[in-house]
Design a protein around this ligand. Structure first.
Ligand code: ADP
Length: 189
């Protein structure tokens, strides 16, 4: 709901509501989101364990995650697949491949597609809460401010059509990344 005043919760980042869905930004670790149904993995094309988010998710989930996920690959930028959560506290992991900045074009469209496809998979599988990391902003080099705008605008555009997902959480690793997402959230909602 555009124009709604921001509610700042101590330690919980910024939160806005659009229709039936709440969108919030928090600082934290994507592997420690015990209260959400699905966490999103900033995956690589092979769906293999790697660095960054993918490394952390696969370490926390255990080898069963790669065993389930890798046969579903390879993926192209903007695509997503869903698996079980294995050793994670979540029912699902939604794996999406972000664009490599300056290489996979058009970057903004491909990044938006990651968020749309991931939300669609959450809807289809009955996940009512989803936590996203800042896809493409690590090894893939997407500037954080630009990525945050694409991410929050895409969620804003999708929010009205959501029937199952009630909570979309952005989990940011650094204070600077959290601030960029809070700004983008305030602008989008
Ligand atoms: P990509 O390959 O899509 O760029 P990365 O995993 O390299 O993905 O990084 C994506 C973002 O996630 C970066 O901003 C990075 O700082 C952040 N990040 C790394 N590890 C974690 C984690 N455990 N929880 C949340 N965010 C993380």
């Amino acid at each position: 709901m555009a124009g709604r005043p921001a509610r700042v919760l101590p330690g919980a980042g910024l939160r806005r509501t659009s229709g039936a869905a709440t969108v919030e930004c928090v600082r934290g670790d994507i592997t420690a989101q015990d209260d959400v149904d699905a966490v999103v993995n900033a995956a690589n094309a092979r769906l293999a364990p790697g660095g960054g988010v993918a490394g952390a998710i696969h370490r926390a989930a255990g080898p069963g995650l790669a065993e389930e996920a890798m046969p579903l690959g390879p993926m192209g930028p903007g695509e997503a697949v869903i698996t079980g959560g294995h050793g994670l506290p979540n029912r699902f992991v939604i794996h999406t491949l972000g664009p490599v900045y300056g290489q996979d074009r058009p970057e903004a469209e491909l990044l938006a597609r990651c968020y749309r496809t991931a939300l669609a998979l959450a809807e289809e599988n009955g996940a009512s809460s989803v936590a996203f990391p800042a896809i493409s902003t690590g090894i893939f080099g997407y500037p954080i401010e630009e990525a945050a705008e694409v991410a929050l605008q895409t969620v804003r555009d999708e929010a009205e059509g959501l029937r199952v997902v009630r909570l979309v959480r952005f989990v940011l690793f650094s204070e600077g990344d959290l601030r960029a997402h809070e700004r983008a959230l305030s602008e989008a909602f």
